[in-house]
Design a protein around this ligand. Sequence first.
Ligand code: SF4
Length: 345
Amino acid sequence: MAELTAQTVKEAGYAAGLDGVGIANIERFKDAPPQMNVVNIFPECRSVIVTMRRIPRGVYRGIEEGTHWSNYTYYGYNRLNTLFRPIGTYRLACFIEDHRWEAVPVYPGVAETEPTGEPLREGQVGPNVFPAIRIAGVAAGLGEMGWSKVFLTKRFGPRQRLGMILTDAELEPDPLIEPGSICNRCMACARECGGHAIPLPREGKTVRIQIEDKVYEWGDVDMGKCTLTHHGLNKEVSPFLSRDCPGLRLNVAEQEMSEEEAYKLCYTVAGGTWRKTDEFPTGNVVDYYKTMLQSTGYFAVCGANGCVRACMIDMERTGRTDGKFSEPFRKRPKWRLNHEGRIVE
Ligand code: SF4
């Protein structure tokens, strides 16, 4: 059996359908909080492999045109995160174990989630440990955090989802990306975010981490506003809310909800039903949200108009991605809706 090396792991990852494989040594995680630290999942871990699958640019086409939404949930989020990307990660984990090293494929949950129980053994953290997958991606040299907190790579800009494998095999780590070499602080993300969730640098809301000698910084995104918008309680980006709740006036820019509050509200509305009337014959509070929830357990609405689309457009326009297209993405003026669901720009 051939020796397991960084090179053979990467070749196997690409053969398994992945679009990127990065490797970090375990030392790069020494400052991670215990509840997010990979060593608290696999104490013998020596290398952290971060796997990546691209989001096709065309996933955003329907929302860009204002005509088709469900691709965004299926191919940009839910099925990409729960099916397409994990298949490659799973195959790579099996390849590593065929070489007699243990491979722990970690599904990237919400790192900020509080532990759901007491430690089982004295001195341990409680379940569940969730590593911060994007920070792991930085540690594995795949890319850097954009100002928007979205993970950026030179090849795809903001268009990818990440997974992770922990292994006790010692593999050659990839070099870290130079901070600021992909995100140029153009602020297109902050200007175009329909949730007004991304701060401008002058607001002084910055998150900072250090890995080895490199310091990475990004904007401290308002996750309450982001969640309200991503999950459809923002009429600027959702024609469905305007249709099914025409009288609602909710200015997301003025909200001060936490991410948790926003999730509670969004999923309650999305899963809700009321009596059927001639005006609302399905009885669903917001018909599209309920339909998507029933088919995937997830629904995404905003189309990432700032953090992905605006960023991607600017990176492509200025030649900062390796992936090239024969045509620019934006072909018609961008849109934003008023409370009545009509385009105002
Ligand atoms: S749009 Fe992209 S490149 Fe520009 S500041 Fe935001 S994250 Fe950075």
